[in-house]
Ligand binder design. Structure first.
Ligand SMILES: *Cc1c(COP(=O)(O)O)cnc(C)c1O
Length: 403
């Protein structure tokens, strides 16, 4: 059986007619950049997320970049980011000649650890960027408290978490000063190319974001500030306006798939029910939502990724690949270990949880169109690997005793 990591053709097939019509409408309008389709998308998303302003931009990376520009981040300013995230979270900081300061993650949720974050604040710190990794909210209450205490701004990297909720139903991205989203094709709401969104409840920031999106010109050709070309294409908005209608149902299906995985991992004896956060002789799989319940979270996780923690991660991954199953490692190298950030002279031992995560995480296929048979097959393959592996271990132990 084949189980790809993601199957966008299956999604397209399910809504082909609507998408094709939207593409034709976009072609016939010959309106290519910003315009009515983008405005419609911005309005719908502001409504769905429950915020005052939504501004469509060219990518999730540019959403982060324009957010920092709107907050007037200058060379030498410090911005705190988790060391365990997609590269863009740190890359945008360095591109403004500001200094990325890395914080370790919580070993349970893999989101930034608020305590570790606080001890890295200096007089130069201006912004904190929590990331809602894999589609699960970071712990925003303590982060917002710390930010208020030190007069820092908060930019949420919600690229993987559109529609996810924190605590009482608050949508992520709307809690900090600016929220950033990505429409990269593999995200829960993915376009037919690059795209992104910034959201805010602040009138002045919304105005700044709109001006920075078009090179900082307002009126056109008169520049008080230097912006860039951060515009969203109409054709992307046309596709996203169709897909938006299905977003909640798709996220719900991802959650059902996650629940089935976890149930099967527990049934097969590979994982334990209650939030187990360390390996022992019994479990070889640590489940994302077991740990999430254990932490007392009541958040709405949208499972952009279903990431288990396993021993012998690279061997299991190879076994799954050979069995026709697509997997991925998000992320194999934390920022403090990246060559391009060697100049920051970070101490590796300062980041034990991120190091652990980078060595043990494995993302399994979780997309909405997966069948129960496919999920069952993935769990069976992990189980097969574990049985073969322990049989081999017993065999070599016996041989060791004989010699
Ligand atoms: C995808 C992603 C981004 C960047 O989004 P792009 O649209 O690919 O530029 C930023 N941060 C995180 C956490 C992401 O997953």
């Amino acid at each position: 059986m084949k189980v790809p990591l993601l199957d966008l053709k299956a999604q397209y097939a399910s809504i082909k007619r609507e998408i094709d019509n939207a593409l034709i409408r976009a072609a016939e309008s010959q309106h290519f950049i910003l315009g009515p389709e983008v405005e419609r998308l911005e309005k719908s998303l502001a409504g769905l997320l429950g915020c005052k302003y939504a501004v469509g931009v060219s990518s999730g990376t540019d959403a982060l970049l324009i957010a920092l520009m709107a907050l007037d981040i200058k060379p030498g300013d410090e911005v705190i980011v988790p060391t365990f995230s997609f590269f863009a979270t740190a890359g945008v900081v360095a591109r403004l000649n500001a200094i990325p300061v890395f914080a370790d993650i919580d070993p349970v949720t893999f989101n930034v650890d608020p305590n570790d974050l606080e001890r890295r604040i200096s007089l130069k710190t201006k912004v904190i960027i929590p990331v809602h990794l894999y589609g699960q909210s970071a712990d925003m209450d303590p982060i917002m408290e710390i930010a208020a205490k030190h007069s820092l701004k908060v930019v949420e990297d919600a690229a993987q978490a559109i529609g996810a909720q924190y605590r009482d139903g608050c949508r992520v991205g709307t809690i900090g000063d600016i929220g950033c989203f990505s429409f990269f094709p593999s995200k829960n709401l993915g376009g037919f190319g690059d795209g992104g969104l910034v959201v805010t409840n602040n009138d002045d920031l919304a105005e700044r974001l709109r001006i920075l999106r078009v090179h900082g010109g307002k009126p056109k050709y008169y520049h008080k500030v230097i912006g860039g070309n951060f515009r969203l294409d109409a054709i992307q908005a046309a596709v996203l306006n169709v897909k938006l209608r299905y977003l909640d149902a798709w996220s719900e299906k991802r959650r059902e798939n996650a629940a089935l995985y976890s149930e099967l991992f527990i049934q097969s004896g590979l994982a334990e029910k209650e939030g187990v956060t360390a390996f022992d002789s019994q479990n070889v799989v640590l489940l994302p939502e077991a740990v999430y319940k254990n932490a007392g979270y009541r958040d709405y996780h949208i499972y952009n990724q279903y990431v288990i923690r396993v021993q012998k991660r690279d061997e299991i991954r190879e076994y799954l690949t050979n069995s026709g199953i697509g997997t991925e490692i998000y992320y194999p190298v934390p920022f403090h270990r990246q060559e391009c950030f060697a100049y920051l002279n970070c101490s590796d031992s300062d980041y034990p949880h991120s190091n652990f995560a980078s060595e043990h995480s494995l993302a399994l296929p979780i997309y909405p169109e997966l069948s129960a048979e496919q999920i069952t097959y993935v769990v069976e393959c992990v189980s097969d690997f574990v049985s073969k592996d322990s049989a081999e271990a017993t065999q070599s132990h016996k041989e060791g005793m004989l010699t």
